[in-house]
Design a protein around this ligand. Structure first.
Ligand code: GLY
Length: 327
């Protein structure tokens, strides 16, 4: 039975807005809050690489959620297109990963073989792993569609409205504020609700304007990746820095990514990038996902997805919404 009380969601990025949409579809009254705009900083910044193959090197609590989401994605995108009337670029292009150095290959090959055992589609080649089910989605278009679908479903959207200090008074609250989640001061009838702490993991991305269809698959080597949207816009990433919410674009990091990306993808050799930006991956202090109900409270957690929030949004939304609907 769906909660008769309004359900409040802190954070209108891809995860928070997906949960809001699913709950509204189930008939709940939903209020979605964000300190900025719908779209959140991290979701807007993400590359949209749906590529668990090179992200989850062994089976863990993440792999089930990631694989479930990869399966859900085409249907999730199609349903969102229909409910919003907006286009979303989704390309089932697969991925190829190369070893960083020849001596890395034996461990990589072993990893590919073990991944197949827990359901991750992986083809082991001569000197590369191929992940035929990996895909690319445009997270900014997903966000626009989610915002519209939420509006059409009657979700109350509050932008520029952070829930920094909030007492639930026993009504359901979902925390999906990414790297900012651990900073919220949440109480339930005056009693502090303990939240896993969060760390922002800064990453840079570069954008290039290329001819459509020039890159047919995601390319990866170590921390370097290159992927292309249907319109030819090509993204190269990335790096990781744990230096707080620092929004400065670091020219040295940008030059390093450009150089690594051109080595991985010759199409980028001698080409200048058009844009460079950065975002904050949300990691918890322990590295574990913060997912599900805080025992004995009416608070649900949906954060800490680190490098894979865009990938794991559909399965996270499904689980949290199902738990809330079940009461
Ligand atoms: N998911 C890729 C990244 O976080 O850079």
């Amino acid at each position: 039975m769906i909660s008769a009380k309004p359900i409040t969601i802190a954070g209108a990025g891809l995860i928070g807005a997906s949960i809001a949409w699913r709950l509204a579809q189930a008939g709940a009254t939903v209020r979605l809050f964000d300190s900025g705009r719908v779209g959140g900083e991290a979701s807007w910044a993400g590359a949209g690489m749906l590529a668990p193959g090179s992200e989850f090197l062994r089976q863990s609590q993440w792999t089930e959620l990631a694989l479930e989401s990869l399966d859900l994605y085409p249907g999730y995108v199609e349903e969102l297109r229909q409910e919003s009337g907006l286009e979303i670029d989704y390309v089932g292009c697969g991925a190829i990963e190369y070893p960083g150095a020849p001596e890395d290959w034996p461990a990589m090959r072993e990893r590919g073989e073990s991944q197949r055992a827990y359901g991750l589609a992986c083809e082991v080649g001569e000197n590369e792993l191929r992940y035929p089910r990996d895909a690319v989605v445009d997270p900014r278009q997903v966000m626009d569609a989610l915002a519209e679908a939420c509006r059409r479903r009657g979700v109350e959207i509050h932008e520029g409205a952070p829930l920094n200090h909030y007492d639930t008074q026993g009504a359901p609250l979902v925390i999906a504020a990414g790297a900012w989640s651990g900073r919220l001061a949440i109480t339930e009838n005056g009693k502090k609700v303990p939240l896993p702490e969060t760390v922002p993991v800064k990453g840079h991305l570069l954008g290039y304007r290329l001819e459509p269809g020039t890159l047919k698959t995601i390319l990866r080597r170590g921390h370097t990746y290159v992927l292309q949207r249907s319109n030819g816009y090509t993204l190269a990433g990335s790096n990781e820095e744990r230096i707080g919410f620092d929004r400065e674009i670091n020219a040295k990091v940008v030059a390093d990514i450009a150089e690594r990306a051109a080595r991985l993808c010759p199409l980028l050799e001698g080409r200048a990038h058009e844009e460079a930006w950065c975002g904050f991956r949300p990691q918890t202090k322990t590295g574990a996902l913060a997912l599900g109900r805080v025992e004995g409270t009416s608070v649900w957690l949906a954060y800490g997805h680190y490098r894979n929030g865009i990938l794991m949004a559909p399965s996270t939304a499904r689980r949290i919404a199902e738990e809330l609907v079940a009461g």
